[in-house]
Design a binder for this molecule. Sequence first.
Ligand code: HEM
Length: 461
Amino acid sequence: MQLADVFVYSQYLASSLIALPALAFGWHILISRRWYAGEPSLEAGWIPWLGVGLQMRKMEEFALKNYKKHGRTFAAYAAGQRFVFSEDLAVHKEVVTSKDFGLNQIMVTFQRRFLFVERASTAEEEHALARLLHSHLSGKPIAQMRGAFLENLIPLIESYRDRGEVDLIQLMRETIFTCTMRAIFGNKFPADKVHAAFEDWDHGLQNLMTGKKDKAAIEGLRVLEAVVDEYLRVHLHETASVIQVQFKKLEEIGTPWTLRVKFVALALTWAGLANVTPVGSWAVAFMYRDPELQAILRDEISMADASLEQGDIYEKGVPSAQLVAQEAIRLTMLGSIVRPASKNTVVEGSYGPVHIRRGDLVMCTSWSMHRQFENPEEFIWDRLRPVKGEELPYFAFGGGPRPCPGKSFAYSEIKMVTLAMLERYDVEPLGPFPQHIKTDRIGVGVAEPSHPWKVRLIPRF
Ligand code: HEM
């Protein structure tokens, strides 16, 4: 290269160094910060490209402050991306059902970070994964899983007879975890070997999803995968039918064993356990704090059709238990549904049409919508009782073509564990009831107890 060329290239470089930031700034001011009639009001921030990126790191504070400022739906511009935040029930419902929006980005990021880490997925694998996660988790397979859950639950909780003093919320977490894992993987699954590992991974999930290092979470993930791998080599034929069918299909299309294990060990267990385990443990604790509720539930159990089997009594015979499960979910679940708009579109919000641009990420913040009640932080067991002509802002499982396939199983689990405990134990509180604390993992996860709830278990059998 001649000296003159070097001079020319360095001039190009220098002018690009000036021109690129100028272009970025121009784009930021002229395009991204522009607001068009019909669009939700925009919180663009002042730092070019970064927008409100720094404020959004404290998601809860950011969202709540801006709902107050702009109303139930607003747009924000952060790190080159436009977001539309909404806590409007009508917007949530339209976004999950409309074909103008893509898949839930939380599941998509999850797959990219945890499943297809070594190589890209094939279209067939994605299809098989979608089937595993979605279509077969209904009907007969769920009925089988419900039966397996109860079969494991009763002897397990009866074994707590001589425990005396316990941390009730932690004990219930272990119980629901064990029974759910066994409902999915079969009665021999060594749940005790993976519970702590699963929790470490789940707690660090937000870090791992955003590319941060989290040693405990990575180690938890390694242990979980290793135990499930070892278990499946021997007990695959004992797992829920949904796993066996999809495992076979994946084998037929040439998906390696390790990836097949990841599909079930990570995708299915995380989707299936991360919410229901802590929410269910809260439901039991809330029920034991409220003597009036206990009396109502006991009454309903005693009045249920005696010819029904125990599982059917828990499932259908105690209508108030369903409300308890819903209220526990409303109060403690911190999830959001995040969907990208695949074209310019308009959704009908409760305050009129909301224009959304192609590429916007719509953040349906269920956790904040679930606070549109009087005294929202209180557990009022029957507050979600349906009222004729009124639609309550409760929408915890998504909807449209890809809703949560575990919805009815999750409700059944919470009802089974709450009622089975109530029938077998009274509880004497030995310390103050914990607060439910929102973690900084708003978007995924469940509120944590501020401290253990120490109680004495008093057997009734
Ligand atoms: C309190 C309990 C639960 C809550 C609040 C919950 C909530 C959700 C939500 C909001 C979604 C995303 C839906 C959307 O994108 O529109 C989801 C997806 C999913 N849930 Fe649940 N869930 C719970 C329990 C369960 C259980 C017990 C299972 C299975 C045993 C399960 C399996 C799944 C799966 C596999 C997906 C991914 C579906 C897909 O990508 O197609 N969930 N859940």
